[in-house]
Design a protein. Structure first.
Length: 134
């Protein structure tokens, strides 16, 4: 198995515009792009960051995660790791008993990423694998 660097960390925020202003004007983050996947999203990098993207999404009022978290949507949503060959990694991990949320890696046309999603051993932390961005 060859998990690569962290590509992005996703957070839910109460007010997307307020969060963007805080991250950019106060902390010096730079906006990489805006997307419409899973609703509006803003991708930012830290001023001296090595390309790890902080992806911000508005918190869905009243939404509940389908996991063991009684508090609903926490601020931290998931961490995504890059892999060289997502299909190979998917099959290797599956052969080791890793359960994925989908039957095969899937392409998201809104982000241009091919993804495979799983959880940690306790079923709480969402872990995402994605092809290296080219």
């Amino acid at each position: 198995m060859a998990l690569g660097k962290i590509n992005h960390i996703e957070f839910f925020v109460d007010d997307l515009e307020k969060a963007e202003e805080y991250f950019t004007k106060k902390l010096g983050f730079k906006v990489v792009r805006r997307t419409e996947h899973a609703g509006k999203a803003i991708e930012l990098v830290a001023p001296a960051g090595e390309g790890i993207i902080f992806e911000l999404h508005p918190r869905k009022v009243g939404a509940q995660r389908k996991d063991k978290d009684p508090l609903g949507w926490p601020a931290f949503n998931h961490v995504a790791f890059e892999v060289d060959d997502i299909n190979k990694e998917f099959e290797e991990l599956k052969s080791k008993g890793v359960k994925f949320m989908q039957d095969a890696p899937s392409f998201n046309p809104l982000t241009g990423r091919t993804l495979a999603d799983t959880y940690d051993a306790d079923g709480r932390m969402w872990i995402q694998l994605q092809d290296k961005e080219k």
